[in-house]
Write a protein that binds this ligand. Structure first.
Ligand code: ATP
Ligand code: MG
Length: 417
């Protein structure tokens, strides 16, 4: 689990501001829910025979003996919250959330035990249109972050639950005679969750799957039609994609569309965003049946991508415009109040006051170090009428001004109204 220290928070804020702006422009609303849920919620949604539930959850008993789990993902929580909040009955919802998720994985670059997901979930819409909108929105986000050329979209259509069941049978029949050659995990899944075998990363298993029956042959006419409409929309929008028949996603609740945005910039942690349709989940959790589709993206992986591709904008870490140096015990209160007045006049100006006292040179050194463009210097044993205004460039031009002339000078220097 990582701390995000001040040197790194600007890039988080950069990503978050772009994402929030984009989601707002699409009319999506934010939802917030707890980081803890009843363990049952995840077992019933994600599925008992999945990596997450079998080996990755942080689960513990609370003081009442209830089994609780730190959320490993947001979809199940979002469905629970939306259902309990009365958002799912006869309504459509377009929601998003951003927050930490917890999985006990082997930590490595791009894989952490606490990581942040930006998730989007929609409810009440069964058609291809909302699916297309989600993919358009992702594409817009990549464009805003200047990452478009580094991500690829893979899609697949899983069909409805009957389609999945009959495909599952066919896959089972195909794999049964080969059981001896399957890896251990896949052998276990043969009877419990056969589709997950398609997701296996073991090379020998992947090789066996080349000749396996294909999902597409088991998907009913309606789903196929919807998949075609989605593809047409993507073509129209100029979003390129690859159909990957082996894409099933690691969770149990998907049907219809599944997709992943992957990158070749992050080694084996290649998936930056993943999602799909899950029309049966809310009913399965005891609520109203509600068509649903959504996705989640890993924020750390996106930030790593920004770094790997050199797309972190210059100047993000420059967070101070004016450094106010306060030299001498008599000017400290005056300086704090003056800074406060200036902030009232120029709300966008970032003014950092020097607290704690120090010699003139030490304070100016700090002014340079924080990246401020200018310093205002008050110096004296009692309150002063005159201040110094110093430009913090190599020339370091310095003016002496009456306190009353400082606001106009700042307005001129920073081009403020
Ligand atoms: P992976 O195959 O990489 O384990 P996943 O299928 O488990 O991914 P999802 O549950 O679909 O991932 O989560 C959506 C996104 O969240 C992933 O695409 C990834 O960007 C991010 N993510 C998942 N697990 C982690 C983790 N442990 N650390 C950082 N990011 C993660
Ligand atoms: Mg995983």
């Amino acid at each position: 689990m990582n701390d995000v220290l001040p040197a790194e928070t600007p890039r988080w804020q950069y990503f978050e501001a772009i994402a929030r702006g984009l989601l707002a422009s699409y009319g999506y609303q934010e939802i917030r829910f707890p980081v803890l849920e009843q363990t049952q919620l995840f077992k019933r949604s994600i599925g008992e025979v999945t990596d997450i539930v079998e080996k990755e959850m942080y689960t513990f008993e609370d003081r009442n003996g209830d089994s609780l789990t730190l959320r490993p993902e947001g979809t199940a929580c979002c469905v629970r919250a939306a259902e309990q909040g009365g958002l799912l009955y006869n309504q459509t919802q377009k929601l998003w959330y951003l927050g930490p998720m917890y999985r006990h994985e082997r930590p490595q670059k791009g894989r952490y035990r606490q990581f942040f997901q930006l998730g989007v979930e929609t409810f009440g819409m069964a058609g291809f249109d909302v699916e297309a909108e989600l993919l358009l929105m992702c594409a817009d986000l990549w464009r805003s972050l200047k990452l478009s050329e580094h991500v690829q979209l893979e899609i697949n259509y899983l069909g409805n639950s009957e389609d999945r069941a009959s495909y599952g049978k066919a896959l089972h029949a195909f794999l049964l005679p080969l059981v001896e050659q399957l890896d251990e995990d896949s052998r276990r899944r043969l009877d419990s969750n056969v589709l997950r075998i398609l997701d296996s990363k073991i090379p020998s298993t992947r090789e066996m799957l080349v000749n396996a029956p294909r999902m597409a042959d088991y998907v009913g006419a309606e789903s196929s039609q919807q998949f075609r409409q989605l593809q047409q929309m993507l073509d129209q929008a100029g979003i390129s994609y690859r159909i990957n028949p082996a894409l099933v996603r690691g969770l149990d609740y998907y049907n219809g569309l599944v997709f992943e945005w992957t990158t070749d910039k992050l080694g084996s942690q290649a998936t930056v965003c993943a999602g799909g349709r899950y029309d049966n989940l809310s009913k399965q959790l005891g609520g109203n049946a509600t068509p649903a589709v959504g996705f989640a993206m890993g924020v750390e992986r996106l930030l790593l991508m920004l770094e790997a591709t050199g797309q972190i904008p210059d100047g993000l870490n420059q967070q101070v415009d004016v450094y106010m140096a306060l030299v001498g015990p008599g000017v400290q209160s005056q300086g704090l109040l003056l800074a406060r007045d200036l902030r009232k006049i120029f709300p966008s100006l970032r003014i950092l006051t020097h607290c704690g006292g120090a010699k003139y040179n030490a304070q100016l050194k700090k002014a340079f170090a924080c990246g401020a463009r200018c310093a205002v210097i008050l110096e004296g044993d009692s309150s002063v009428q005159q201040v110094k205004f110093k430009v913090l460039d190599t020339e370091g031009a310095t003016l002496e001004l009456p306190v009353t002339a400082l606001a106009p000078e700042l307005a001129r220097f920073f081009n403020l109204d």
